[in-house]
Design a protein around this ligand. Structure first.
Ligand code: ZN
Length: 120
């Protein structure tokens, strides 16, 4: 959509002035457009990784459990994150029958009351 328009714009990536030929142009060059696209894609990936790490308990210090608060049944990952132990420790406790879990298929589910019973 090239036209005879000449609009002075500031590139959203490198902040340099350039002459835009359409009303929708945001970047001064293909290079800036490409780099901006990659930057956004990378930020999205980082966000997704952070959310996944929070759910699986890999970042335990940053876990804030608003969605776990109302859950009665917890997975191994959620329960181990709540107890601040690794999933391996929790699996060992289950094996040693220190904690009660129900196994449905391959999945262990732990009732919250059993976690609460661990901590008097
Ligand atoms: Zn630029």
């Amino acid at each position: 959509m090239s036209s005879n328009m000449h609009v002075e714009r500031i590139c959203r990536f490198c902040n340099s002035k350039f002459i835009a030929r359409t009303t929708k142009t945001q970047y001064c060059s293909h290079n800036c457009s490409r780099k901006a696209y990659k930057y956004v894609a990378r930020q999205e990936k980082i966000e997704i990784a952070k959310v996944e790490a929070t759910i699986t308990g890999k970042i335990r210090t940053k876990v804030n459990f608003p969605e776990l608060a109302g859950k009665e049944l917890l997975t191994i990952m959620e329960a181990s994150a709540l107890l601040n132990i690794t999933h391996l420790t929790l699996r060992r406790w289950i094996k040693e029958k220190r904690i009660v879990s129900s196994r449905i298929g391959k999945k262990h589910l732990i009732k919250r009351q059993h976690l609460d019973a661990l901590i008097q």
